[in-house]
Design a protein around this ligand. Structure first.
Ligand code: SAH
Ligand code: MG
Length: 947
């Protein structure tokens, strides 16, 4: 494949200063604070001149994930560079690292270890200084001896040097321990080592004053209690919380050793950092005796895993991405770059499960929304305005960090703007210059200057690539979707790659060929060799684990756990969600024990917003919310979801576990729909047109219906029945009106609305619709023919065809004019060329581009509505309609609403009115077809009872 833009290669060549690199990586998220220091203090920085006086500076650098404090310098600039350098080191980024030979690396390793035990080093804020101090409190021979595992994990420089000796340390970081031991033997006059133990000790003690101040700093004032999670190597045993009691003069690692039934800290191995980079969460586990003996073997040739006595700890290995053997303790405790004090945080069973689910894209998203049960990673990115929770790009960064991949590499591609289909885009230029059209837009909102909202001449796509730490290309994703904003294209690409990875993690037991096959539909190419290398260990470990958790379910369209006994309460306000709208719900989810009255609240949220139609919540939740009106609430129960989710959510893990193991349980959901934001197209149509565009379309149709003296009408794609309902308000010649739609939800709404109107007025005679004898709603696709609707006087099809794929819309055209053959047919659809006016007139376009992204409802997708499969220019629509009419012996006339005929860029909604050319044969047809196909299902029917 290609090698261009290979990230790490660029890094190595760089001559940027540490501060410049920090700026490149973090931009405004990096905060440098320089302060003046009165007392000069020692630092490890070689350039420092010791002097008395007030002019010394120290720099605090705060990054999203960590903060560091520099030593003191005479120049503010130097303090900043030093802080940046410390941060880079902490982050494992080494801008000046050049390629070393293994021999040079050995030498540097020895030198670095010597430095770590030097007096100069002790005055720095390096995490190892805290350890060195704390080990001075250890009793007897152990006093001052520091476990090798501590040195191996807390000094990234050592780790990086070891990579030159053997690149395998990347996947097997425990090797670093052995290399340190080996290097330390070269310092035999200076350091003591042991054949049997994993510790190092400086032979001559530090000068009294230094060792005193060190141990005072490391000593704690009082005893602390830290919660940690014990992960037994046997997956049969549950994760449990243990408490580490650390008294003022204990070295915390000795306490952890005791918890693992080990003599002291030198038998403890430490994993790399787990979870958030900002925390000191690591796994602690036993080093076997043979681990030490391995020192004698040929270290340069160690390729495979080290030999361990214990069995592989699947859960701990999966969490850390490195092989861990025997029981392990997950704890967040250690000395950091931030202060000399021991820092710690409680790790509970819940924290373990939260870390566990954050290994998958969907889990990261769930956590970012603090909605582990309700939220699901959406399957498509519509606009930033509609997105809730962490953005796809941030989730992808997090995922890469979790799985130790390089940061994702993006290649934005700009494409010249064209019409929605292949036809000429020439008319678009006219559209762009059509400022007159703004006059037709409601006054108050029409002030948007054309300057600010220059329509850019292109759309964007974006490719994303993932690389392993050893710079091998793993996955390339090149999604098709085009976006008006480069950033949206980037987010879309991230989401595509995340969605595939999510599927991959959910179906990890599926054969690779099948997974690779599904990649095609995500526009993803996988480099199978590299991919296997990165994920295989992780996968095999995960399989064991998931089987244990009993949660191997095929999850394709967002999980559903089998909804039961749904109850809906509250009155029907008529305001209900549809695709693209953003409901706000209040919910609570509890675990209930069957038969007993025991109930435990698992998750609750007062205000939870999500976009309908993109899979942003579980299928159960979306299904129920779609049935609610604002003000209504619902209650239902489901089967148990995977236990990892329950435990990640439950605050009281012990009680939850005891409930789960007592009797069969189920989940109980209570959801209330509190608010609703309508989809963009509707908001726009209402805000920019008076009366709203939808009302203008209905009025246009009503006008034609009255003029035509029609007795029978069919509304193709009637949706929630807005036209049918409106017709009941006008006196017309209509006797029979019929609606057809493919969506049962839309039809249910239509039935509700029509029913309440017709039934409430059942004994009133002077209603406007007195002439109407029958109203029927059919469920079915308008691309198929039903003979009951043959030869109606008038057919309407408002804003429907653009919701069908282009070929289906064409099929409908042929079916309706060849088989249904209404005398008159009215078809409306958006005019693509008008979109430019809609955007320009959007009130939000006066704001800055960036802000506009955040707050406005401006569509950054290409069409007015995410459900639109296409939007045609006037030329495309007229070509399609004219050809269609000619084929089926109709005349066609063009018109529209929202705008003025003949003024660029035409109407907002373009309308074609087809009129059948009468022939004698037509009448015969009508008779013949009388009892043919009945493809539609009657959903609802009303007939006037003659009094
Ligand atoms: N005509 C209505 C609804 C427009 S929304 C109005 O103007 O308010 C588009 C509607 O087309 C939706 O209700 C959708 O369910 C329906 N639709 C899409 N494809 C369809 C098909 N193949 N057959 C029938 N209805 C379809
Ligand atoms: Mg539409």
């Amino acid at each position: 494949m290609e090698t261009k833009g290979h990230p790490a290669v660029e890094l190595k060549k760089t001559t940027l200063t540490p501060k410049a690199i920090i700026h490149q990586k973090f931009g405004s998220k990096a905060c440098f604070t320089v302060e003046e220091v009165k007392e000069p203090i020692h630092t490890e920085c070689p350039g420092l001149i010791q002097q008395k006086g007030p002019c010394l500076y120290r720099c605090l650098l705060q990054l999203p994930e960590l903060s560091v404090v520099s030593g003191t310098f005479r120049k503010k600039k130097d303090a900043e560079q030093s802080a940046a350098e410390m941060a880079l080191e902490k982050l494992g980024i080494h801008p000046t690292a050049s390629d070393l030979t293994p021999q040079e690396a050995w030498e540097s390793l020895v030198a670095r270890i010597a430095y770590l035990f030097s007096e100069k080093f002790l005055t720095s804020l390096h995490p190892l200084c805290g350890h060195l101090g704390a080990t001075l409190w250890r009793k007897g021979d152990l006093c001052g001896s520091i476990p090798v595992s501590v040195i191996a994990v807390y000094d990234t420089k050592l780790f990086n040097l070891c990579k030159y000796i053997n690149p395998a340390v990347e996947s097997n970081p425990l090797l670093v321990n052995l290399y340190i031991m080996r290097a330390a033997t070269k310092l035999s006059g200076f350091l003591s080592t042991s054949e049997q133990h994993l510790w190092l000790k400086k032979q001559s003690p530090y000068p009294q004053d230094i060792s005193e101040s060190l141990s005072i700093q490391a000593g704690m004032l009082e005893c602390i209690q830290v919660a940690a999670a014990k992960i037994p190597s046997s997956t049969e045993k549950p994760i449990e919380t243990v408490t580490l009691w650390i008294s003022a003069k204990d070295y915390y690692l000795d306490i952890i050793a005791k918890e693992l039934d080990l003599e002291d800290a030198s038998y403890v191995l430490i994993s790399r950092n787990v979870g958030k980079a900002s925390s000191e969460t690591r796994l602690f586990f036993a080093a076997s005796r043979s681990f030490c003996l391995d020192q004698s073997s040929d270290l340069l040739n160690v390729k495979e895993t080290l030999h361990f006595e214990g069995s592989l700890n699947a859960r701990a290995s999966y969490l850390s991405g490195q092989c861990i053997f025997g029981d392990a303790i997950l704890a967040s405790i250690g000395y950091t770059w931030k202060s000399k004090d021991l820092s710690y945080e409680d790790i509970t069973v819940q924290s373990y499960y939260r870390m566990l689910i954050s290994k998958t894209p969907s889990g990261i998203y769930k956590l970012s929304r603090e909605a582990i049960f309700a939220a699901e990673l959406p399957s498509s990115f519509t606009t930033k305005a509609n997105w809730r929770g962490s953005l796809p790009r941030d989730i992808l960064y997090m995922f890469c960090r979790q799985h130790r991949l390089l940061e994702p590499v993006f290649s934005p591609i700009s494409c010249p703007l064209k019409g929605s289909s292949e036809s000429s885009g020439s008319s678009l230029k006219d559209a762009c210059s059509a400022t007159e059209e703004i006059e037709h837009v409601r006054g108050a909102l029409s002030t948007a200057g054309a300057k600010q909202s220059e329509v850019s001449g292109c759309t964007f796509k974006c490719d994303v690539k993932l690389f392993s730490k050893s710079e091998d290309l793993i996955i390339v994703c090149s999604p098709e979707g085009k976006f008006k904003k480069q950033n949206d294209a980037l987010q879309n690409a991230c989401l595509k790659i995340l969605s595939w990875l999510n599927e991959y993690f959910k179906n990890s037991s599926a054969p690779f060929e099948i997974l690779y096959h599904t990649a095609d539909s995500f526009n993803i190419q996988i480099h199978s060799k590299n991919h296997c290398k990165e994920f295989a260990v992780c996968q095999s470990v995960r399989n064991t684990q998931l089987n244990m958790l009993g949660c191997m379910r095929p999850l394709c369209t967002g999980p559903a756990y089998g909804m039961r006994s749904l109850k809906i309460e509250g009155s029907d306000s008529g305001v209900c969600p549809c695709n693209g709208s953003i409901p706000c719900i209040r919910y609570s989810i509890s675990l209930v024990v069957k038969g007993d009255n025991l109930k435990e609240l698992i998750e609750a949220c007062e205000e939870f917003e999500f976009e309908i139609g993109v899979g942003a919540v579980t299928t159960d939740v979306e299904g129920v919310v779609m049935q609610l009106c604002v003000g209504q609430s619902a209650c239902f129960t489901t089967e148990l979801p995977p236990s990892e989710l329950i435990l990640a959510s439950a605050a009281d893990s012990a009680r939850t576990l005891s409930l789960l193991s007592s009797k069969p349980c189920f989940m109980e959901y209570a959801i209330a729909l509190t608010k609703l934001t309508e989809p963009m197209e509707e908001r726009m149509e209402q805000a920019l047109f008076s009366p709203p565009l939808s009302k203008q379309r209905v009025e246009f149709a009503v006008h034609h219906i009255i003029e035509s003296c029609a007795a029978t009408l069919v509304d193709f794609g009637c949706g929630a029945g807005s036209l049918l309902e409106a017709l009941l308000n006008y006196p017309t010649s209509l006797e029979k009106i019929v609606g057809v739609d493919i969506s049962p939800k839309g039809l249910a709404r239509a039935a509700k609305v029509l029913n309440s109107k017709l039934v409430t007025n059942s004994d009133v005679d002077d209603v406007p619709y007195a002439g109407i004898k029958s109203v029927i709603l059919y469920e079915g696709s308008i691309t198929s023919f039903d003979s009951r609707l043959h030869g109606f006087d008038i057919g309407t099809c408002l804003e429907v065809i653009e919701h069908m794929e282009e070929d289906q819309a064409c099929l409908f055209g042929d079916v309706v004019l060849s088989s249904f053959r209404p005398r008159i047919l009215i078809i409306s659809t958006p005019n693509y060329e008008y979109n430019v006016v809609l955007q320009r007139s959007n009130p939000a376009s006066q704001e800055q581009e960036e802000e506009l992204d955040e707050k406005s409802s401006l569509p950054s997708c290409r069409f007015r509505n995410h459900d639109h499969k296409f939007e045609w220019t006037r030329e495309q629509f007229s070509r399609w309609a004219s050809d269609l009419a000619a084929r089926h012996n109709y005349n066609v006339e063009f018109s529209g609403v929202g705008g003025t005929a003949g003024v660029e860029p035409g109407f907002a909604s373009q309308i074609a009115v087809f009129i059948r050319k009468e022939t004698m044969a037509e009448v015969d047809d009508e008779l013949k077809d009388a009892d043919l196909d009945h493809r539609f299902n009657v959903m609802w029917e009303w007939n006037r009872i003659n009094k």
